[in-house]
Design a protein around this ligand. Structure first.
Ligand code: NDP
Length: 448
């Protein structure tokens, strides 16, 4: 067995021994390890410096109590997390997730993926992630505000525009970023705009940050298709989720002449063959904070499938945009049987590894999240630049920069897939290109 493969196997064993009971984190680590042996063959200095062993160990992990009082005057206690994974390329950067499923394994998988994603963007940002097992569903604005204030009362001491810069993720949108920023400003007595991204455009937020993950995923898919002489125009798409990423995937698809016909949430999915009406969806989800079933009740021709599986709907393109491990092997088999030609991950790790392999074997174009959804963090980095320069760029200018970054991410991943012997394997390409970027920085900075 080549020395590189023996080393990779050893690192996999170390990861397993050190992180028992963390399946999502181990899944993310194994996926990267599967890709990097050819990089180690080319760069034996990475192996000698034991960079992989250092990479899988977070630089710092913070866990803390978040006590708050609900509207009924009951004391509630949640757990807060921030994993500062790697700062070789820049300040830790990655979102905060508020969802009942959040635990250390999930935060570590997200933080680990973020290192490679951020490296791929070519922006100077390290990797981190955080969140809480707090569930904002059904909570009043007052409850969400008090929770955010308590969360920030501990987290603020670990943040800073040159240290660690969180953004949103599942359950953390503009409302939550506002409350978090307000409490940071109050505690520090500093209007430090660059400490959080995803702010409102009137107080330091950047144009296109809100749209960036979804738009970026479609730009990435369009570039993949263009390489094979095709495009999204005229195609139908199935999209899972109905939050930030899903809605802006649907919007950009529509602008480029494609039709998204589904959305979902944890209660089921909606099919609307005429194309999802985004105004109605936003009214229900963002203004009324309702469920997707209400969309089908108000939209003639649309139907809601309770507890149904969105992947059973036939379409040309699929964009999983809800959460990790939401598309299983059986779903991949069904999608292939239904003739899907491209799957692009808007969410982080939504497709299980067996399903990824099946798509690749079947010749379906597959875009991994750490490349396809990098637009969000890339636009966050643009927000940090504007904050530092006290500038604000126009929507058109910002969108053009986002498109250029997504082309760069695509081309870097594709070129790496060629270099390491599997042209068009974007998983291999994204992992290896992302790894080389961070590994070179770590090597240059010594054993730290
Ligand atoms: P939102 O909170 O805006 O939306 C999440 C959507 O996914 C909701 O419709 C939610 O439904 C659904 N969902 C969440 N968990 C589940 C579940 N267990 N089963 C079924 N549906 C579920 O989050 P985002 O759109 O911001 O994030 C979606 C994904 O994209 C995540 O994987 C995130 O990490 C990733 N991502 C987000 C970025 C961003 O900029 N926002 C950047 C890069 C990646 P329900 O309300 O029922 O829970």
């Amino acid at each position: 067995m080549p020395k590189s493969q023996t080393h990779v196997n050893e690192i996999a064993e170390i990861a397993l021994a050190r992180n028992p009971g963390e399946p999502e984190f181990l899944q993310a680590v194994y996926e990267v390890l599967e890709s990097v042996a050819p990089v180690l063959d080319e760069h034996p200095e990475f192996l000698d410096a034991r960079l992989l062993e250092r990479l899988i160990e977070p630089e710092r992990q913070i866990m803390f109590r978040v006590p708050w009082v609900d509207d009924a005057n009951t004391v509630r206690v949640n757990r807060g997390f921030r994993v500062q994974f790697n700062s070789a390329l820049g300040p830790y950067k990655g979102g905060l997730r508020f969802h009942s499923s959040v635990n250390l394994s999930i935060v570590k998988f997200l933080g680990f993926e973020q290192i490679f994603k951020n490296s791929l963007t070519g922006q100077a940002i390290g990797g981190g992630k955080g969140g809480s097992d707090f569930d904002p569903h059904g909570r009043s604005d007052g409850e969400v505000m008090r929770f955010c204030q308590s969360f920030m009362t501990e987290l603020f001491r670990h943040l800073g525009e040159h240290t660690d810069v969180p953004a949103g993720d599942i359950g953390v949108g503009g409302r939550e970023i506002g409350y978090l920023f307000g409490q940071y400003r109050r505690l520090t007595n500093r209007h430090e705009s660059g400490v959080l991204t995803g702010k409102g455009t009137g107080w330091g937020g950047a144009e296109v940050r809100n749209e960036a993950t979804g738009y970026g995923a479609v730009f990435f898919a369009e570039r993949m298709l263009a390489r094979t002489g095709s495009s999204v125009a005229g195609r139908t798409a199935i999209v899972s989720g109905s939050g930030n990423v899903a809605t802006f995937v649907i919007e950009k698809l529509r602008q480029l002449g494609a039709t998204a016909i589904t959305v979902s949430d944890s209660s089921g999915y909606v099919v609307d063959e005429a194309g999802i009406d985004l105004e109605l969806l936003r009214q229900i989800k963002e203004v009324e904070r309702g469920r997707v079933s209400e969309y089908a009740e108000r939209r003639p021709g649309a139907r809601f499938v309770a507890k149904g599986n969105v992947w059973e709907v036939p379409a040309d393109l699929a964009f999983p945009c809800a959460t990790q491990n939401e598309l299983l092997l059986a779903d991949a088999q069904r999608l292939i049987a239904n003739g899907v030609s491209l799957v692009a991950e808007g969410a982080n790790m939504p497709v299980v590894p067996d399903a990824v392999h099946l798509f690749q074997e079947a010749g379906v174009l597959f875009a991994p999240g750490k490349a396809a959804n990098a637009g969000g963090v890339a636009a966050s980095s643009l927000e940090m630049s504007q904050n530092a320069a006290r500038q604000s760029w126009t929507f058109g200018d910002s969108e053009e920069r986002l498109r250029a970054i997504m082309c760069h991410v695509h081309d870097s991943a594709y070129e790496a897939s060629e270099r390491y012997g599997k042209p068009g394997d974007y998983v291999l390409g994204a992992n290896s290109a992302g790894f080389v970027g961070v590994a070179e920085a770590m090597l240059a900075q010594g054993v730290v």
